[in-house]
Write a protein of this length. Structure first.
Lengths: 468, 468
């Protein structure tokens, strides 16, 4: 009798589970299809890029962006709209960065100073260049060997669908200035981390060398290579002014679709941008995708079990928002079901990785079912990263999801003046919203416990692909 | 006997003609093949863009370009290298042109002043914009209707293989400023004449309205359209300084491969460029193509019958070199066999048009034979234009040839900072050299008389294509 009752109870639970999974699958598919036919993300992105434009942290534009974010969340019906202040060091470009070859062939160069670059003297910094076509060749130079020189590194970034092309060369920007300074250089120039061929340089953070440090456009890096190949000394002048503020005010802004429990799903994008473009792909797109997805995930299903909280992080490019957010929310960490960020642009998602151990759960099976028409690799290697702004929460133990975007076009535009709305394909934008909406639906309307599933999972992750 | 002797003599002449045609065909094919395997044009273009770069007429860079041109012609073995001075009005940008939306949504705009634009006051010119998405809609505005406004015209250029996309919209640049001024506008902004989507504006001549007149990049024109669509007044500030000089010194530079007669073939490109790019495609390519072609046309054939003269015209972008050249050479006009210019960039030639009545001549049949492997439409409509710098000679009666380049990519880059060496495909560059070399060979080693053939030709030209 006891066994029989247990079996019966299990059967009832299994039936209930099957019914729930069926509801989730239908709900996820419906959320996906709403997203594919919806304009919300485009409208949000068009509004942000038109009415705010570039919004570097620590500038008045960021204050306008904050006000825009609050108004937009309220307008879209989000509740508990909050502005969480924090302070962070910021670097701000002053005026227009210029550079030129002085000799032997006077020509202008198109540059942008990198974040944290030191200012040049008001009239500019002049020096002979020492050019390296490989970052490793540059690192091979002994200390003091570049004394009085402007170091130039022109290694070319690989064009890859995933982020590996960028990751592989990132040190050229994030470490190059410090390495140049350590070798006695008075300035640092590098080929932009870019896969395009326009005359627009790409900025970015990390030039913590205490010397003026700038990115060259692709044609300008080529030009310096050709000049150096002629064997005569090449002298360059750089003029780039900037200011730093050790304690700027910044903001993490959030809004919620409340659930019936105290559990929370935290996702979003970052509201700040670099200054040359309008922050359409980086990361207006992430703001637009996650905001629209939260709305569409719940549009047809009544009040969800979990709260969906969309966050517009306020200082990704120069850092600070991730730590500030994790610190402010450390007491609710155990209630955070899963975190995620959309910050690799609006090209199609081509790969989806879930938290460890979650793939076999009915809710995630329902989610994977919904992805079938969207052309996405079901990656069985667990997600580990999720994005800069959720990294502090992930390190503190929050489960994380990753929807990976193709960056083939993104890396043509990233951190340059070409980061503009016209580069965004509305169809791809909708595909992104569909992925997030389907995921949010299955998590918000289920009781899936990612922490428990991870704890029960075998230590070794399976291979991502079977190639046999 | 008399008749018999005449027939015999005619037969001998016909045989001689056939032999000459066969030699020409073989010579043209050999010139073509030399060109396809040769690096001269690339080397010349690499040298000009690296060692000189931007070279607007009326600036010290043009003096460096002149010295470069003289040295390069001598280095390549050209004889009678000459510098012909002339004076012409010039317009020169001073500093970096900037613009921004002041209200309702403060954002920077990427602009470049157009040639002949008036300077703004030192602090900039501020005004409310009146935006027209069609040039005709703008022209439909009555006089004085734009009083105190900055007129903005954002019509989009068509992307076409031939030059019709540019020709169709050229008035937006060459006439727009004057039309805006006539309607009382205090400034004029226009969407760049461009088929690309980068944030780089495209400059160009013709802004003779007496008001500040600038080109917007594509994303910036889009941005103003989106702001205006919101219905609030949009105020913009433009800051663009320039100087004009009514009598700058300019130079037409030439070198020759001497022939055995006093007849001359005149061809070339223009040495001056606009300032934002390095003048690689406009018109370093034309300089490189024609210089290399002259060398390769004669490399295997001994001294030609006609002199081949390569000219580096010195003020195409701002005008003046065509009239100066025609005036300086009016006394030799009857000795000029044919003129031509390469000034539509280095993409493949897809269409070749010969002087009127010339197609049936054995020399031109030999030339057409040589084109067969190069993928070129044999256009039977006679050439009428040939390029800005030969237009004055053509008007004076010189026969003209036209080798038309695809401009599908050219119009992405034209007159912008993106006019750089890396945009040039060496294979296409060689194809251009091959076309010109084959043509020069057949004309220089024959006695084809284009004037006589034109006079004997029927008045109506045949249709260019049979589509049946």
């Amino acid at each position: 009798m006891k066994t029989k009752a247990l079996l019966a109870a299990t059967a009832v639970l299994a039936l209930a589970g099957a019914a729930q999974a069926q509801d989730l699958a239908a709900g996820a598919a419906a959320a996906r299809d709403r997203a594919l036919g919806d304009q919300t993300a485009w409208t949000v992105l068009e509004s942000l890029t038109t009415e705010v434009g570039p919004r570097p942290v620590g500038t008045p534009a960021m204050d306008r962006a904050r006000d825009w974010g609050v108004a937009k969340l309220k307008e879209l019906g989000f509740q508990n709209v909050k502005v969480e202040r924090f302070t962070t060091p910021t670097w701000t470009r002053q005026g227009i960065d210029t550079a030129e070859v002085i000799s032997p062939y006077p020509q202008p160069l198109h540059i942008l100073a990198l974040g944290r670059s030191a200012s040049t003297p008001p009239g500019g910094l002049t020096g002979e260049i020492a050019l390296f076509r490989s970052y490793q060749q540059f690192l091979n130079q002994p200390e003091s060997s570049l004394r009085g020189k402007i170091a130039v590194v022109t290694q070319v970034m690989a064009k890859t669908q995933d982020i590996s092309g960028y990751a592989n060369i990132n040190a050229q920007r994030s470490r190059g200035a410090a390495e140049a300074a350590r070798r006695g250089a008075i300035g640092y120039m590098m080929r932009s981390l870019s896969t395009d061929d326009t005359r627009l340089p790409h900025t970015g953070g990390g030039a913590d060398g205490g010397i003026p440090s700038v990115a060259l456009s692709k044609p300008d890096a080529d030009l310096l290579e050709r000049m150096v190949a002629r064997g005569k000394p090449v002298t360059v002048r750089i003029n780039a002014q900037s200011t730093t503020n050790q304690a700027s005010t910044a903001y993490n802004i959030s809004g919620e679709i409340p659930g019936t429990t105290d559990e929370v799903i935290v996702l979003g994008g970052h509201l700040d941008s670099w200054d040359p473009g309008t922050g359409a792909i980086d990361d207006g797109a992430g703001i637009a995708i996650t905001t629209a997805a939260a709305k569409l995930a719940t549009a047809g299903g009544g009040r969800p079990r979990r709260t969906i909280r969309v966050v517009m992080w306020g200082s990704e490019e120069q850092g600070g928002s991730s730590a500030a957010y994790a610190a402010a929310h450390k007491d609710e960490l155990s209630k955070i079901v899963v975190v995620g960020e959309s910050d690799d642009g609006p090209e199609a998602v081509y790969n989806a990785a879930l938290p460890k151990g979650a793939d076999a759960h009915p809710a995630m099976k329902a989610f994977r079912l919904a992805l079938a028409p969207l052309g996405i690799v079901n990656d069985l290697t667990p997600a580990t990263n999720g994005g800069s702004d959720v990294s502090a929460m992930v390190r503190a133990g929050a489960p994380v999801v990753e929807f990976r975007n193709s960056v083939l076009r993104y890396m043509d535009l990233h951190h340059s003046a070409d980061d503009t709305l016209d580069k965004v394909d509305p169809k791809n934008l909708s595909q992104n919203v569909a992925v997030w909406a389907a995921f949010l639906h299955t998590v918000a309307y289920s009781d899936i416990d990612f922490r428990k599933l991870a704890a029960a999972a075998p230590a070794d992750a399976p291979d991502v692909f079977s190639r046999r």
